[in-house]
Design a protein around this ligand. Structure first.
Ligand SMILES: *Cc1c(COP(=O)(O)O)cnc(C)c1O
Length: 451
């Protein structure tokens, strides 16, 4: 029996933290009863909150005197707020110029996380996509800038895409905008990369050092190393956060400002974030993020040796994850292999590993790939066990007949979570939600599905 069987390896699919120190857990448990928004009752929580926001702002080189930041439930809420701010600012300017302000659009790569589709849909903003290709998994800055028009509220750049962890070239987009004298702002979605790049690649200019970046979000519960859910959003200055979106209230006793989608929420996560920032410090985060990057590089080399095609970056040029696939037609292999990445995901699942297989963003001819996210609790020795199991599963896949693999896949699909309809209220047979066709997933098959 391997140690992988002793210790459930858990999911290698998610970016979200699954480990914190006992002391942090205890502190967060003690704060469980506190309502974050009640500044009068819990003034220390409010103070801790502004300290976190300042530290994270400074990590992103936000101008000390003018920048403004707040916590959210995660990057999704942070992104909703940033989108609202960009939209409102665009609208006010259009109205001041006596021009119509009823057709806002936003430019982003097709590798965006689903929350961007939600933000655009919820707030009625036209989505303009720069498609990825089989060879480019990030936005093309020239194409992005070329899509801009008078109705563009902003361009999104992702610091660490969900698919391959690649960093989009924020500076190139900004330089092009500056060169063209365009006033379009950039928002950086640093959900995962916000706590990685500053430590692993401090010289990489992606944050407020870049001229046209007006706002940045990050997930405290990803590489910020806090349990879900906490996120952060920072604006370069209050100029980019129109004041009519910020509310002043005093019904909890103190005068306070509020710019969030939700009002009440637990205080534990913000307190957990403060614990991590203070406990680890920059040196601690640097050690952890460099270590994760080294583990990802080690895994990359091992998978390349087995014969996989590597789609992610190495040496900290992207997130600490490994995205890979079997060699296929691009490498001159026959197209009708007996098994694919979904079959390998299934075989690994039987060994206790959750490694998702999914199809890439649109216009990549439904390229299949797999992704292993290296988190703090994924040690080098577990990495070695995983490599061994991947080799073993590949060996079995080569031995097993096509019919057998197909039967296993059918069996797995019959028993998948998605089929247990009662678990998901929106996935009820009485509803139509499962078959929506408006999303990138519905239109193109883009997915993050596990088998
Ligand atoms: C995870 C992620 C999000 C959504 O973040 P949550 O904190 O889960 O709401 C948005 N964008 C990117 C690039 C992500 O990786």
């Amino acid at each position: 029996m391997t140690a992988a069987a002793d210790v459930p390896p858990g999911s290698l699919a998610s970016f979200v933290s699954t480990y914190m120190e006992k002391e942090a857990e205890q502190l967060m448990t003690e704060a469980m009863s506190k309502n974050f928004i009640d500044y009068e009752e819990y003034p220390q929580t409010a103070e801790i909150h502004s300290r976190c926001a300042r530290m994270i702002g400074s990590l992103f080189h936000a101008p000390k005197d003018t920048s403004i930041g707040t916590s959210t439930v995660g990057s999704s809420e942070a992104i909703m707020l940033a989108v609202l701010a960009m939209k409102r600012r665009w609208k006010l300017r259009r109205e001041a110029d006596g021009k119509p302000a009823d057709r806002p659009n936003i430019i982003m790569s097709s590798a965006v996380q689903v929350c961007w589709e939600k933000a655009a849909r919820y707030f009625e903003i036209e989505e303009k996509y720069v498609d990825c290709t089989r060879a480019r998994f990030v936005i093309d800055p020239t194409q992005a800038v070329a899509l801009c028009d008078e109705n563009t509220i902003g361009i999104v750049a992702i610091l660490g895409t969900t698919y391959t962890g690649s960093y989009e070239d924020v500076k190139a987009i900004s330089d092009l905008l500056v060169k063209q004298g365009s006033g379009v702002p950039i928002h950086v979605d640093a959900a995962s990369g916000g706590f990685v790049a500053p430590f692993v690649r401090p010289e990489l200019e992606w944050d407020f050092r870049v001229e046209r970046v007006v706002s940045i979000n990050t997930s405290g519960h990803k590489y910020g190393l806090v349990y879900p859910g906490v996120g952060w959003v920072v604006w370069r200055s209050s100029e980019y956060l129109p004041s009519d979106l910020v509310f002043n209230i005093n019904y909890l006793g103190a005068d306070q400002t509020s710019f969030t989608l939700n009002f009440s929420k637990g205080a534990s996560q913000v307190i957990g974030q403060y614990y991590q920032l203070i406990r680890l410090g920059k040196a601690g985060y640097r050690d952890i993020m460099r270590n994760l990057t080294q583990t990802a590089d080690y895994l990359t080399n091992a998978l390349r040796e087995i014969g996989f095609v590597i789609l992610s970056e190495t040496s900290g040029r992207g997130l600490p994850l490994v995205a890979f696939r079997f060699p296929g037609k691009d490498e001159g292999e026959p197209e009708d292999a007996d098994f694919d990445e979904f079959a390998l995901a299934l075989y690994l699942r039987a060994r206790g590993w959750v490694v998702p297989a999914y199809t890439m963003a649109p216009e990549t001819d439904k390229m299949k790939m797999m992704r292993i996210v290296v988190r703090e609790d994924f040690s080098r020795s577990r990495c070695d066990l995983l490599i061994k199991d991947i080799k073993l599963c590949c060996h079995h896949l080569e031995q097993d007949s096509q019919q057998f693999i197909k039967r296993m896949e059918e069996h797995a699909s019959e028993h998948s979570v998605a089929k247990r309809k009662t678990k998901d209220p929106l996935n009820n047979p009485r509803h139509e939600h499962k078959r929506v066709k408006h999303s990138l997933q519905g239109k193109t098959g883009k997915s993050h599905a596990v088998c």
